[in-house]
Design a protein around this ligand. Sequence first.
Ligand SMILES: [Cu+2]
Length: 162
Amino acid sequence: MKKLLVATLLAVSANAWAQASSTITVKDAWVRATVAQQKATGAFMQLTAKTDTKVVSASSPVAGVVEIHEMAMEQDVMKMRAVPALDLPAGKTVELKPGGYHVMLMDLKGPVKEGDLVSLSLVLEGKDGQRETVEVKAAARALNAKMSKGDGHGGHGSGHKH
Ligand SMILES: [Cu+2]
């Protein structure tokens, strides 16, 4: 009887620990590595919230300005714009990916090299207005490495203007 009780307690506490670790689960976080002179890049990841929440801001020690961006087709031109918040409905995985939502890192303090681990802080705001900061480590990957260096937008697509 006593053994069973201990096992149950362990199971409960392990579960409670996982829940308390964060409001959201972050998967596959990565940042696009930059080329020389490039001052902006994007960070991508998969976010799954346990309860309805939203990302209201982000910051990173490698960038002077960090915004949440969205890309969308506008009259046949792919454009991106800053969004005030990114909704994370409970239980739904929201994917930040090239061509969609992304965390925009601007005014980069230096090049982001392949293999670098970039720290990001995401500020979440729940329905009750409670804010929480989640730390994310995103590995830099050189995707589309063969893209022309003159583009400077790191694959954000044509028609991308700031
Ligand atoms: Cu962007």
